[in-house]
Design a protein around this ligand. Structure first.
Ligand SMILES: Cc1cc2nc3c(=O)[nH]c(=O)nc-3n(C[C@H](O)[C@H](O)[C@H](O)COP(=O)(O)OP(=O)(O)OC[C@H]3O[C@@H](n4cnc5c(N)ncnc54)[C@H](O)[C@@H]3O)c2cc1C
Length: 300
């Protein structure tokens, strides 16, 4: 298995910033994944799994360990229809795109994954984050998750045990060393025309309201209890706000997104703006915004 050194990560990320990975590997099988983990143990270095890199801000110093991104062998998905139960079962590997799952479901006339069509993450990242949109969440459609535990043993967790909550899963805390390999989803058989209409409407809503063509990691902050991050940021008159000419800016289109115009800002420029916005919102409204974006590497 090839382990590369000093690989620039910026191009993989939707934020278009960040430094190199000291080591970088793309396992194409569980055996190769185990090789990577053993390498990290032997070298006594940290490891991080990345999917589509659509919810991460990687430090300009990069990641001083191994970045593992599954290769296309982990992008497979299979669907079986059980007409007796009125459901379709989708088995997807961690590297498959969440939007592909949504589109495949639509093609098969399965309902429940319409929300997933416009989210640019992988299945692994979506499970980890309990990704969701427009009232739908991963937790509503997943029935079990396969992962490899810290002892390199394959395990399966049922939906309940994943402890999903808003943008949260057990993989963020008690299972933080686990590596998600894939998941099983169950969707109801529905009316294909209605599913198509719903997918198109949600797509349109997204394109009209979000800066989808500018580098970002989607919503920068989690939704605070009983409120909306975007509304609070707007209330603080930060729409379109920038601290400097780096390219980091509160999106003029959707205040919940911090964008990196032209990909010219560094990760520290973006982080500085996130901190500024968070502090200003706290000072003006008393609400502390928590980042949804995951920081990778050392930011001091
Ligand atoms: C334009 C845009 C729109 C977006 N819209 C939405 C939205 O509507 N709703 C929403 O929820 N999110 C949205 N996002 C954010 C993002 O797409 C989701 O959070 C997505 O689920 C992240 O998946 P990923 O594969 O990119 O994960 P990554 O960004 O690669 O990783 C995110 C976290 O998951 C962990 N991880 C990834 N794969 C694995 C694995 N196999 N095993 C263990 N841990 C793993 C990583 O270590 C990291 O901590 C948007 C982002 C963008 C850029």
């Amino acid at each position: 298995m090839q382990i590369e050194e000093n690989v620039i990560l910026k191009e993989f990320t939707t934020f278009k910033c960040g430094g190199p990975a000291r080591y970088f590997a793309r396992p194409s099988s569980v055996e190769e994944l185990i090789e990577c983990i053993q390498f990290c143990k032997k070298e006594n270095i940290d490891r991080v799994i990345l999917g589509a890199c659509s919810n991460v801000l990687i430090s300009d110093k990069g990641f001083d360990g191994m970045v593992i991104r599954f290769d296309e062998n982990f992008a497979n998905m299979s669907i079986s229809i059980d007409t007796d139960r009125g459901v379709g079962v989708i088995d997807a590997l961690c590297g498959a795109k969440l939007s592909t799952l949504g589109m495949q479901a639509m093609k098969q006339g399965l309902t429940g994954a319409e929300f997933a069509c416009g989210i640019p993450g992988s299945i692994g990242g979506a499970i980890f984050m309990n990704a969701g949109a427009f009232g739908g969440e991963i937790k509503d459609i997943v029935t079990s998750v396969d992962y490899i535990d810290s002892n390199l043993v394959l395990q399966t967790l049922d939906q309940q045990a994943c402890r999903f909550a808003y943008r949260h899963s057990a993989f963020m805390d008690e299972l933080k060393d686990a590596i998600i390999l894939g998941a099983r989803f169950e969707l109801k058989i529905g009316d294909q025309d209605q599913i198509k209409t719903c997918v198109n409407e949600l797509r349109q809503k997204r394109v009209l309201s979000q800066p989808v063509d500018v580098p970002s990691a989607g919503s920068t902050f989690k939704r605070p209890c009983g409120n909306f991050a975007a509304a609070l940021i707007q209330e603080c008159e930060l729409k379109g706000f920038k601290l400097d000419e780096s390219g980091a800016q509160v999106s003029p289109k959707h205040t919940g997104f911090i964008v990196n115009n032209h990909g010219s800002a560094s990760a520290s420029d973006v982080k500085k703006l996130i901190k500024y916005v968070s502090n200003k919102v706290y000072k003006d409204t008393g609400v502390r915004l928590e980042p949804e974006v995951r920081y990778i590497g050392d930011f001091d």
